[in-house]
Design a protein around this ligand. Sequence first.
Ligand SMILES: Cc1ncc(COP(=O)(O)O)c(C=O)c1O
Length: 394
Amino acid sequence: MPGPGAYWFGDEEMEAVMEVMQGGNLFRYGDENDPKFLHKVSTLETEFAKYCEINHALATSSGTSALLVSLIASGLKPGDEIIVPAYTFVATYSSCIFAGIVPVLAEIDESLSLDPDDIERKITSRTKAIMPVHMLGNPCNMDWIMEIARKHNLLVLEDSCQAAGASYKGKKVGTIGHMGAFSLNIFKTINSGDGGLVVTNDHKLYETAFGVHDQGHKPNRFGVEVGTRSVLGLNFRINEITAAVGLAQLNKLDRIVGTLREKRSKLKNLISEAKGFKFRILNDSEGDTATLCTVIFDTREQAVKVTKALGSKTIDQSGWHVYANMEHVLSHLKEVGQPYTKGSYPKTDDILSRAMNISIGVVDSGLGAGWGININSTDAEIEAAAEQFCEACK
Ligand SMILES: Cc1ncc(COP(=O)(O)O)c(C=O)c1O
């Protein structure tokens, strides 16, 4: 049950893959004088940077590696604290933990992303960064978050993994803070199977990120230079085939988001006559990707009744996107002096226990979005889903 990009796989992706196979060079580097080396990775980077209107993009093997590379490149040190939301995918936490950085969880608000009020309460002398997560394609309240960051001299690394194509007040998410990370996995707006992207305007951060993602090399190396590596890196490279698919999908991104917005708007209009719920807050109603339509019921009882009738579940039951369900993360955090348990975030618990994700483009029961429509749904299917939802609300 994938994201919208997968529904729209077509000849473009297939031809792009075949082109790379026929050229025979699957590695991100190749002989610059060989016309069969197609530069898919570097083209993806250039095109994504252009799309985001930002100076640099670096393609990586996944969204998780994009996060890890950003965290390491940004100069955060083991023991530093970073404020993250209590509702996000496990990789937001695990990437921090593997870099030795301590994720300090903060409450979410009814946008289902970081509650700026709670960020302030979580700041200590060890806090060095904030990681807003544009959860479910909905941009965070970035004006407020950037104001807090400036006031306390904090870095802002945007986890935009679920939000390729989203923007906040005219700027693409991921480009507002110091660095942004995206995912191209199967559940995302566009997908290449797996894959990720780091974006930044800062040339130094880009160079360091490049080195971290590829054994310390400078961007777009041509050989195996010795003596010019200033950072220690690992291998988080993406390959030419994956990038070829990513490029074909990137060309469809605006059309995907436009179609999702249209379909969600139809569904929203039709279900708004039902009682007992409200739609989640959109921090920029023009800017979210509309991959989901999230509703927050007035009571837990109503939420359980409706989700059960539709064969879905409330978000608090949706596995590894909810801090309270991540026993392995909680047990690690306890060891580093952050003793969270189920119930540590009452506002988040309350909102998630009354909320339901209706799929519009991302059909993913792991997000609690196993019910709804998809990017190819017809008007008749949208009307039928809306009728079912309204009936369940009675
Ligand atoms: C919010 C968030 N961050 C990070 C990731 C990690 O991305 P990937 O699966 O590409 O490693 C995901 C993917 O599900 C995500 O939803």
